[in-house]
Design a protein around this ligand. Structure first.
Ligand SMILES: [Zn+2]
Length: 235
């Protein structure tokens, strides 16, 4: 089973080998219990490596998070990524994301003080000098979250008219997932930072990443666009 593209960082390979070299019985029990892992790495940095821990029924959700890290991150404008360079440099080298559908408390995500995911809760040679951190992300909450109510709704209207709403919604969701991941990584690195400051930075990331996507999408759409969209765009 290949979990990673070939050009991925050494730590990702070490984790992949570690997971598949564990005793057969442990892996079998984990499989039967419905636990699955999807590794993901940022294309432009060796760390952090992310493990999306999820249930057997949620591979499509795990895939969206992985896609956001492996592809959408690189599509964001440089200032978006620069704003998190230092945070990602200082973050644990290995980040475990517990993928949930919802949280009882209604939050989008939390950082965990203790790593609970079994294969990563004890130190192991495979991790090298990488620290391990853990967070959870409530996927369905993130999906229904109105991050920027006015902007999100206004953009929806434009894309409905442009008949690319589905593609837009998926892209929007992956930027939200990235912003939640970055938000929690920020908390991990700076536990004392006030929530306002942490939230402002992650919302700015989301706003600018989305604005950039919309700008590019509109430029390419204008050639094939239907008239209803052109009219709406000018109003
Ligand atoms: Zn927060």
């Amino acid at each position: 089973m290949r979990l990673m593209p070939p050009d991925d960082p050494p730590l990702a390979h070490a984790i992949e080998s570690y997971l598949s070299s564990r005793p057969r019985m442990a892996r079998w029990l984990e499989w039967v219990a419905g636990r699955r892992y999807r590794l993901a790495a940022f294309p432009d940095r060796p760390r952090p490596v992310v493990v999306v821990a999820h249930r057997y029924r949620d591979p499509a959700r795990a895939e969206q998070i992985a896609h956001a890290i492996e592809h959408d991150w690189a599509e964001t404008p440089p200032p978006c990524r620069d704003a998190y360079a230092e945070i990602l440099d200082q973050a644990p080298g290995l980040i475990v994301i517990q993928l949930r559908r919802k949280n009882v408390c209604g939050c989008l995500g939390h950082r965990h003080v203790v790593v609970k995911e079994a294969p990563f809760s004890e130190p192991h040679d495979a991790f090298g000098d990488a620290a391990v951190g853990e967070m959870d992300i409530a996927f369905d909450r993130v999906e229904s979250w109105l991050a920027l109510p006015l902007t999100d709704t206004a953009l929806d209207t434009q894309f409905i008219a442009g008949s690319r709403l589905k593609e837009f919604r998926e892209q929007q969701l992956r930027f939200r997932l990235l912003s939640v991941l970055l938000h929690e990584a920020h908390h991990m690195v700076a536990p004392q930072a006030p929530e306002d400051e942490v939230r402002e930075r992650s919302l700015t990331f989301y706003r600018e990443a989305l604005a950039n996507y919309v700008e590019i999408a509109r430029a390419t759409m204008s050639f094939t666009i239907d008239r209803s969209f052109s009219r709406l765009g000018k109003e």
